[in-house]
Write a protein that binds this ligand. Sequence first.
Ligand code: SAM
Length: 200
Amino acid sequence: MPAPTSWWEDLYRTRDVSDLPWYTPALDVDLGAALATHAKPGSRILDLGTGPGTQAIGLAKRGYDVVATDIAPSAVRNAAHAARREGVRIDFRVDNILDSHLEDALVDAIVDRGVFHAMPPESRPRYVARVARILRPRGYLFLKAFSDQEPRQDGPYHFSPEELRSCFQESFEVLSIQDAIFHGTLEESPKALIAVFRRR
Ligand SMILES: C[S@@+](CC[C@H](N)C(=O)[O-])C[C@H]1O[C@@H](n2cnc3c(N)ncnc32)[C@H](O)[C@@H]1O
């Protein structure tokens, strides 16, 4: 599902985020559990591709120091309003991970819920190099992507655990890849994988 900037921008400019299939008001349970194991409150976390901003807000409420980015300016603007309404402080920035202007070693961990799985295959090595650069050494990447066990073929790319491993293993230790569910607004939630990587 290759998606240029304008595709995402049009989506967030014209749609109510709570209707989007990936919208969930609370912090993703699998990401929350992985963070509780590996990242102390106060750690600096990047919510990459924040979209509606609900994950960034959930992280800030747990006491993390949150930076949140998205390629779509409208997503960032609306997510910043949502964060203000919720009374949390988040460093929001418009940023394309494939051409990122974020600082080297900016964060202790990165959360990616549904960004990598939308990248075309030829962009994956660039994505891996950029997230490795933004993470401090030994920093964590928590990633949720659709699984190849999901039968519906429309939407983002689907991954087997082996495929995910092969994308990341050169720059990251693979700590775990487990079956999960991608909760959102669809009646039947897609099958997903939750992966925990540590930068080498
Ligand atoms: C499936 S949505 C998930 C949104 C959010 N993470 C969540 O779980 O609610 C994917 C998000 O990635 C953003 N995105 C897509 N390509 C991106 C890129 N190259 N750099 C940064 N964000 C990107 C989109 O604008 C969109 O908000």
